[in-house]
Each structure stands twice: as C-alpha cells, then as structure tokens.
Design a protein around this ligand. Structure first.
Ligand SMILES: [Ca+2]
Ligand SMILES: [Ca+2]
Ligand SMILES: [Ca+2]
Ligand SMILES: [Ca+2]
Length: 510
C-alpha cells in the first residue's frame, strides 16, 4: 500500500515536471490576455517571455504587422524543444515591411538553442528575414522569407547544427544588390548546418552563399535544394549583385586563398542563375556534388581552383544540359553527363519547361512534383550512375537530381527522432495498383526494401542505400506484379536495417 502510494507520488512528480504549455498568439489577441486559445496574446514576443523548454507557441493565421525584431533567446533542450508553430491548417504572415532599413533590423533574431520553428511567412524585414545568431540545434521548417532587405535566412556567429527544412527564400534584395542572398551560412557561421528541400529564387545577390570571413573549415550539407534565377530582381530585371546559384565559399583580403568551407550537395538543382550555377568562388575546402543538375545558368559548373592539401573536390552522377563549364583536373569525377559515353539532348527529359518549380509546396511542406529535368523513359542517363549511397530505383542510380521510377520521399527529421527501427502497415491495403510503406530509422544506416511473392520470388527491388535517422515513405506500384499474373494477391515487403529484418503482408486487389 505504502509502495503504491509512493509510486503514485513519483508518477505525479514526473507528470508535473513534464507539463508542457500551449501558448496561443492571434492577430486579434492582446498581450494582457492569458495566452490561452480563447484569450490569445497578440505577439510572439509576449509568448516568448513566458515560454519554457517543452512549450509550444501556436500562432494563428493572418497578418501580423511588425516594426521591431522578434528576439528568440530562450533555450530548449534536445528532448524538450521550444516549438514556435503555425496553428494547424493556418498560415501566419509576419509582415515587417513598415520596419526601417537598418543592419540591425532583422525580422527574427534566433539566439536560442533547440527551437523548432514551423509554418511562418516572414517578409519585408529591414535586414535579414531570420538571423540565426549563435543559435544552434534548431529546426526551421516550412517557412518562407521574402522581400527582406538583406539575406532571407542567414546563419552567423558560430551558429551550428541547425536544420533548415523545406524553406523558401525569394525576392530578397538589398539597396546595393550585392549582399542579399536566399540562404547564407556565411562569414562567421559554425559547422554542421544542413538544408533539405529548400528553394531560393530571384535574390539580388546569390541563391546560396557559403562565403567565409572569420569562420574556417566548417561543413554544410544541402540535399534536394532548388536554386534558380538569382541575380535578378523581383521585377525580372538583372540586379547588380553576384548572381550565383550555389556559391560554395571563398574569403577576402589576406585570407582569400586559404579558407575552407566543406560543402556536400546531394540531388541539388541550379538553373537560370544569371552568372554561375555551382560556383566554387575561391573556396579551398572539400566540395562534394552528387547527382547535381544544372541548366541554363550563365556558367553551369565553375570549380577549377586548386584546393589546400587534404581537401577533395568530388563530382559524381551530375548533369549539365548544354556546356558544363569548367572543373579542375584535380577533381574526382565519375559518371557525369559530360563524360563519355554520354550525350545529352532535350529527348532525355520529360520536360525542360521550368513552370511549377516555384509553385506551391505540398501540404506537409514537401517540394512540388514537377516534370522539369525528370528523365524520359529510354534515356541513356537512367541507371547509368555510380552508387554514392543515395537511395535509388532500378539497377543503379540515375544521372542528375531526379531518380526515375517513383519517388523516394524522406519525410524529414521530426522534432524527436525515432527511437527504434519500425515498419508500418502499408496504406491503402488492400490496394490497386499503388500503396505506401512507411518506416522509421533511429540512426544513419544501410537500409533495403524488397517485395516478394508468396513463393519467395523477388518481384521488385524498391530501395538500397544509406539513410539518416527519420521517417520515410516509399511507394510501390503493383503493376510489376500484375504483369506477372501471379496466382495470389498476397505479397511480402521485406525491410532490412542494422541486421534486423521486418516483413509486411501486402494485399494486391486484382
Ligand atoms: Ca545585414
Ligand atoms: Ca555579393
Ligand atoms: Ca552573396
Ligand atoms: Ca535508377
């Protein structure tokens, strides 16, 4: 009895410690309110003043005209992030366009750690839309940054290990045009920042800029990012800025030939940038471009300056439509579209029309499905690549940023990464002809997924590759199986990871 009483006290105590508040903000709110759903605050700044680790600030849709910076300086923890989220199904717009033009007038200045910010539009700030100023381990997801009067999203002052997921940065322009980039882990940035599923277009300077002054030998990763039409203003007129897509580094004055930004780009696309698509600038760090695609940039690839000892330039499975540009002979190159035996013509693609690339995102923030630069059936670029540990369909990876034969979708890291390897029942089930299978991985590792018939014969190799921690969704098109006229509609999906094997029963309706 006593033990039971003690346990219930401990239980209450633990429960009390984990109590997480929901704090509401609405355009119709008032900062003298209590911050509940019925009595929301008017400003994120007020909500921030009462928020603690683990809390969620839920921001209702609508326009918030703001004249001063929103400072986010509080700290969450790895397991108790502070969430700043759009209210489900709504879209808040933080409109700073009445703010004075000034180098200190950022829209959001994020000095805190372990924030998860999702679903906000930030426009018109007097300087950066968001400045991550030493803030680290933050997730910034499904936000847009536009019409700011310097770089849309900048990381500085040692900002490290931030994940920027499914964000758009466009139509940002400074007075001189020479500074406003879309995304900029530059100058004094820290290491370990990553960009996933991000787009930057029509920024007056560069789309992505990793130029250093102060920082050295830092690493940044980009995956599935589309960078286009930079070096133009929102009117479409050419700007006076640099006009590059991915500017991978470089320095100035006394250190211009020594600073190292190690940049890893996977499945990234640069097109229609005014000057260069993939631009080394004078970066001396390691650069890895796997499955890049470049189209109609002033120069597609410009990577020819010797690196410092120990650093490597690697370009594999990459595509250029038209002249590829210049890549130094010191580079490691394999199976790029400009190398033998490949030739590239318009017939290799479903479409070379860029329409839709700046179109609306999916409801979960994912990139839209657009035919541009996808490989047409029968292209010699299909299954012609080298295995670089990016998941692929068919016998081998394709050349370029889009793998043909069905989407492989990472649903992106969540605020809490999965604790174990799980495979979820497919949906729909039964199905015809298409079904989805989701799984979660707790750590980076090799994973495979295959479909067998009930006699144990392999029907489809869906996935082989290395994936990071997170939740993933795979599609299986059962027409492969229907074509074989198999006797039964039951198939087995086998997912293997880290020495474990999980099997799902799939019911195909004929
Ligand atoms: Ca500035
Ligand atoms: Ca510039
Ligand atoms: Ca720049
Ligand atoms: Ca393939």
């Amino acid at each position: 009895m006593f033990v039971k009483y003690l346990l219930s006290c401990v239980g209450l105590l633990l429960w009390g410690m984990q109590l997480q508040a929901q704090i509401f903000v609405a355009p119709s709110g008032n900062d003298l309110n209590s911050g509940t759903f019925e009595q929301p605050f008017a400003t994120i700044t007020k909500a921030h003043s009462v928020a603690q680790a683990g809390d969620t600030i839920s921001v209702r849709g609508g326009v918030y005209p703001l004249l001063t910076t929103v400072n986010l300086s509080k700290y969450g923890t790895a397991t108790q992030r502070i969430h700043l989220l759009a209210y489900p199904g709504e879209r808040p717009i933080l409109d700073f366009s009445g703010m004075a033009l000034s180098g200190s007038n950022r829209g959001i200045r994020l000095q805190g750690w372990y924030w998860h910010i999702k679903g906000l539009d930030i426009k018109g700030a007097g300087d950066n839309g968001i400045l991550v100023d030493n803030g680290s381990y933050n997730i910034i997801e499904f936000c847009s940054l536009s019409e700011n009067r310097d770089t849309g999203l900048q990381l500085a002052n040692g900002a490290a290990y931030n994940q920027i997921i499914n964000c758009d940065s466009y139509n940002n322009a400074d007075l001189s045009h020479g500074n406003a980039d879309g995304f900029a882990p530059k100058l004094t940035v820290g290491t370990g920042n990553s960009f996933y599923g991000c787009r930057a277009w029509q920024n007056s300077d560069d789309g992505f800029d990793g130029y250093l002054r102060g920082a050295d030998d830092v690493t940044t990763v980009l995956e599935h990012c589309w960078i286009f039409k930079n070096g133009y203003l929102s009117s479409g007129v050419a700007s006076n800025g640099n006009g590059n897509g991915f500017k991978l580094g470089g320095g100035d004055n006394g250190n211009s030939d020594s600073l190292k930004h190690n940049v890893i780009l996977k499945s990234c696309i640069a097109f229609d940038n005014r000057v260069k698509g993939f631009d080394q600038n004078n970066n001396r760090g390691s650069m890895t471009i796997h499955n890049g695609s470049a189209y109609r940039n002033g120069t597609n690839y410009s990577l020819s300056q010797t690196l410092v000892s120990g650093k490597i330039l690697t370009v594999i499975n990459s595509l250029a439509v038209g002249p590829f540009g210049s890549i130094g002979s010191f580079a490691v190159q394999q199976t790029n579209s400009w190398m033998l035996p490949f030739t590239v013509t318009a017939a290799d693609f479903v479409s070379l029309d860029t329409t839709g690339m700046r179109g609306p995102r999916k409801p979960d923030g994912g990139l839209p499905d657009v035919p541009f630069l996808r490989l047409a059936g029968g292209s010699g670029l299909i299954d012609a690549g080298t295995n670089v540990e990016i998941p692929y369909n068919g016998a081998a990876p394709d050349i370029g940023a889009f793998e043909s034969g069905g989407p492989i979708t990472s649903m992106g890291p969540d605020n809490l990464l999965p604790g174990s390897f799980s495979v979820f029942q497919n949906y729909p089930n039964p199905f015809n002809p298409e079904t989805m299978i989701e799984f979660e991985l707790p750590l980076l590792g090799e994973v495979s997924m295959q479909v067998f018939d009930i006699a144990g014969r392999l029907v489809k190799d869906i996935l082989h590759g290395e994936l990071g921690a997170g939740r993933y969704r795979m599609r299986w098109d059962g027409t492969d199986a229907l074509a074989r006229r198999a006797a039964s509609g039951v198939y087995l999906a086998v997912v293997q990871y880290g020495g474990q094997k999980k099997t799902l029963k799939l019911q195909l309706l004929k």
